[in-house]
Design a protein. Structure first.
Length: 140
């Protein structure tokens, strides 16, 4: 038996019906395609939103650990409150390098109090290694 066309189903039916219209069985191909398209589109948009939202934290990996934690907290607050001000603050904090004020102040305090610093300066350690071979060569 051949496939019935629209003309054989009803005398008033047109000869050709568009493919996106549901047939007599209720099968709606346009609905199925649109559900798949919208599902994929929503997944892609959510993925892009979360990637964009994590941008300040990805940039903050180049700075110090404390600054990274502050940027991460601001990013979470921005995500849960939907307040863009926190996200902008996190982005600016991730891009700007905050100067280290603590180390010079600790060295000044140690120098004034007469204590020796528990952490030697990086330059002094390199100088002491360079000076040792020079002294040995002079003795020989």
């Amino acid at each position: 038996m051949s496939d019935p066309t629209a003309a054989t189903l009803h005398p008033m039916a047109p000869a050709h019906l568009p493919g996106f219209l549901p047939d007599a069985t209720g099968h709606d191909p346009m609905l199925i395609h649109m559900v798949l398209f919208v599902s994929v589109l929503v997944f892609i948009l959510i993925t892009l939103f979360l990637r964009l939202h994590s941008l300040p934290e990805q940039l903050a990996h180049k700075v110090g650990a404390t600054q990274l934690q502050i940027v991460g907290i601001l990013g979470l607050i921005a995500l849960f409150t939907h307040n863009n001000l926190y996200w902008v603050a996190a982005l600016l904090l991730a891009v700007i390098q905050i100067p280290d004020y603590q180390t010079p102040l600790d060295r000044i305090a140690d120098a004034v109090s007469g204590r020796t610093s528990p952490h030697p300066e990086p330059d002094s350690a390199a100088k002491s290694h360079d000076a040792a071979p020079a002294q040995k060569s002079e003795e020989a």
